[in-house]
Ligand binder design. Structure first.
Ligand SMILES: [Zn+2]
Length: 414
């Protein structure tokens, strides 16, 4: 008897693993350690080997190779255990709506939380499926416990079916992806795979290998403060400088609210204002590093225009790299994505490829030496209390992982 991805999933969502940006520890919250320890136990019961948990909570384990071929590369599968800090993650009460018939799904703990097929084409396409939701007050946590469950179920399947030839398969479970720290302590050398797949995507069939390239920019205007009653010809108000700067930003383009697809943006999101000194934090996003630099040059130019001709005003620009487009790396390893497409097709699905308008741990890992695209786990409505996942899609994720292990063995062994 194997345990279905659904059974595992329902067990995992009961653990509160909401991450916390304010915390400086790793994992950022103790609930994540509870879940990571549970996974260590389950991996042991399943019969994986080399099971480790490091001092930061990162769990790694191995499904031993079954192939008789030499030189089959080691590949890995990775999922994160934390859930978004944006929404409550405690006392999650998952509800399985068996054989979804297209009707409105009213979540019982808050009847204003309703999933409607008319508003949600992905849901409309899932009639007949067993749909899992939360009860209206919390996240479900399908992001990314659906991925954890799929990897665990696939590992179990491979161990129960030693007749399926595959190379060494590494499994990794990480904390704090939702607060952007998931790759921070990931030991690529110890993981020892030539590539990996995060299992943290949306609808069945998705494979994502392009992400934003991202920087954080801080534009700080310095003015001059003095008693406002005696400020004539002396005061320079940094708040007004910042306001003039923001008024110059394009209004009909280059913003989150006016872009999609492959378009990048410039997004002021935090203002720290005083007369003497006002800083504007901006997120800069594009799909190419060159495009990112062009946007940063534009922002700098607009900021400098504002202080030009004002000798007592000045501006300071700081840029910090957030992450880069994983495509820059993955283009050098076309087989990594191609084998994922093949595995998806073997699962009876059509590969769906879309640029991620965000980053994943894979964006960072790819640049740390582990090429890591993202494959679907069946998640929908990320970071919302209307989050849902289909049990059948999770099974397809399991199947796709198993297929991927076989494709690598067929194509790369000798
Ligand atoms: Zn995720």
């Amino acid at each position: 008897m194997t345990t279905s991805a659904l059974e595992r999933f329902l067990r995992y969502v009961a653990i509160n693993t909401r991450s916390d940006e304010a915390s400086t520890s790793c994992p950022s919250t103790p609930g994540q350690l509870t879940m990571l320890r549970l996974l260590v136990n389950e991996l042991g019961e399943l019969g994986l080997i080399d099971i480790t948990m490091d001092e930061h909570g990162y769990v790694m384990a191995t499904v031993p190779a079954t192939t008789t071929k030499q030189h089959v590369p080691v590949i890995g599968f990775i999922a994160h255990v934390d859930t978004s800090p944006e929404m409550p993650g405690h006392d999650v009460k998952p509800i399985v709506h068996r054989g979804y018939d297209g009707r409105d799904l009213v979540l019982p703990d808050d009847p204003s939380a309703v999933l409607r097929a008319v508003d949600d084409p992905a849901l409309a396409a899932h009639t007949g499926h067993d749909i899992v939701t939360a009860s209206g007050l919390t996240l479900l946590g399908a992001d990314d416990k659906a991925g954890v469950a799929a990897i665990m179920a696939a590992a179990e399947y491979l161990l129960r079916h030693p007749e399926i030839p595959h190379g060494t398969i590494r499994v990794g479970f990480t904390p704090d992806e939702e607060i952007g720290r998931g790759a921070n302590h990931f030991d690529v050398g110890r993981f020892g795979a030539i590539c990996a797949y995060t299992v943290d995507g949306g609808g069945a069939g998705e494979v994502e290998w392009e992400s934003f390239a991202a920087d954080a920019m801080t534009v700080t205007f310095k003015g001059f403060n003095t008693h406002p009653g005696y400020a004539k010809n002396r005061m320079v108000n940094a708040i007004k400088l910042a306001a003039a700067f923001m008024a110059r930003l394009p209004k009909d383009r280059l913003s989150p609210e006016t872009t999609d697809g492959y378009e990048g943006y410039v997004h002021p999101y935090v203002l720290d204002a005083s007369v003497e000194r006002t800083s504007v934090k901006l997120l800069i996003r594009d799909f190419s590093t060159t495009g990112l630099e062009e946007k940063e040059a534009m922002v700098e130019q607009l900021a400098r225009e504002v202080v030009a001709g004002q000798p007592r005003a000045s501006v300071e620009i700081r840029i910090a790299e957030s992450y880069r487009n994983m495509r820059d790396i993955l283009e050098g390893y076309p087989e990594v994505v191609e084998f994922a497409r093949e595995a998806i097709r073997r699962s009876g699905l059509t590969p769906v490829e879309r640029p991620i308008r965000g980053g994943t741990d894979g964006s960072r890992l790819s640049f740390m030496g582990l090429p890591t695209p993202n494959i679907f786990a069946g998640e929908h409505n990320f970071h919302s209390r209307l989050e849902w996942v289909s049990a059948q899609d999770m099974d397809k994720a399991v199947e796709t992982i198993v297929n991927l292990c076989q494709v690598w063995e067929e194509r790369q062994g000798s």
